[in-house]
Design a protein around this ligand. Sequence first.
Ligand SMILES: *[C@@H]1O[C@H](CO)[C@@H](O)[C@H](O)[C@H]1NC(C)=O
Length: 262
Amino acid sequence: MKMETAGAVLLLLWAAVVVVAAESGGLQHEAPGAAAASTQQTCQPDIHTVLREMTALVTEQRVELKYTQTQMETMESRLRASEKKAEIMETRLRASENTVEEQRVELSLTKAQVEKQIEELKKENGDSKVAFSASFAVSENKHIGPFDTAITLIFNHVFINIGSAYDPNTGIFTAPVRGVYQFHYHIFAGGAHGAGANLQKNGQHVVAAYNHKAPHDINTSQGVSLQLEKGDTVCLRLGGGAWVSAYTRHYTTFSGQLLFLM
Ligand SMILES: *[C@@H]1O[C@H](CO)[C@@H](O)[C@H](O)[C@H]1NC(C)=O
């Protein structure tokens, strides 16, 4: 705006000079022997004065222009600095975005791990629910045995079988997880023969319950807690010469449950 004003002033001055110069030129042409012109000349601004003023003005303008240029240069350098800053900020932003993305990936990994652990815990918790209780399924009272050799007692009347670790078709319990298990069995029988059963783990004798023949019905029972590895088997064996009742009222039973995981 300042420049424009200065330019306009300069233009006006230039116009004035042209007019004055033209008039002066006219005077110069008329100069020889024109006294009236000399009087007129004193009323007009002196060309040299005008030129001096113009020179001063131009110098002033030049200084102003120089100042403006300097200002512009300063602005430009500031702009460049701002641009540089913006670039740095952008780089930082991109780095932050990358970090955020990395953290998101890490988080999703962690989430997956946690979910996996939850699933495992759920499975473990599910596996930790192990309990069975069974007797003989019969339509009328009878006895099983006596036999010459030992047999596995198959309790095919199932009260509960949480975790399905007990097989009512074979009479064999298979530990689904490593842990401490508790077993109990009760044997009832008529008195004509001895009655009892042995508890075996993986085919090896662990405990026994037995009662000799008697004038009346006989009872015997046993209980044991065992630490089992996953896959270990437990069953009841009826010894040779002994029998057990298989009555409709279920006097003889075999039960077991997982106490806790190991
Ligand atoms: C064995 O148990 C049965 C049923 O509970 C009972 O009737 C019988 O008297 C018991 N026998 C002996 C010897 O205690």
